[in-house]
Design a protein around this ligand. Sequence first.
Ligand SMILES: [Zn+2]
Length: 71
Amino acid sequence: MRAEYAEGDTPGDPRAPVRRWHMVRGAEEPRALCGVLLDPAAVTQPADAWGTAAARPFCTRCGARYLREVP
Ligand SMILES: [Zn+2]
């Protein structure tokens, strides 16, 4: 998962509030499942955190696509 930030916030700043979490296919992949291009410097979380409080708010479009891909 990779974070999306509000406009004007610095991805490298750990105090910057996360606007939304997106699912990406790998730690180096900046493009989310929903098609949004995320900052390569944005904070990431392991896919295991999906569905937990740590992943909120989560992108609903990524969530729908991810559910279809998980066996
Ligand atoms: Zn998304």
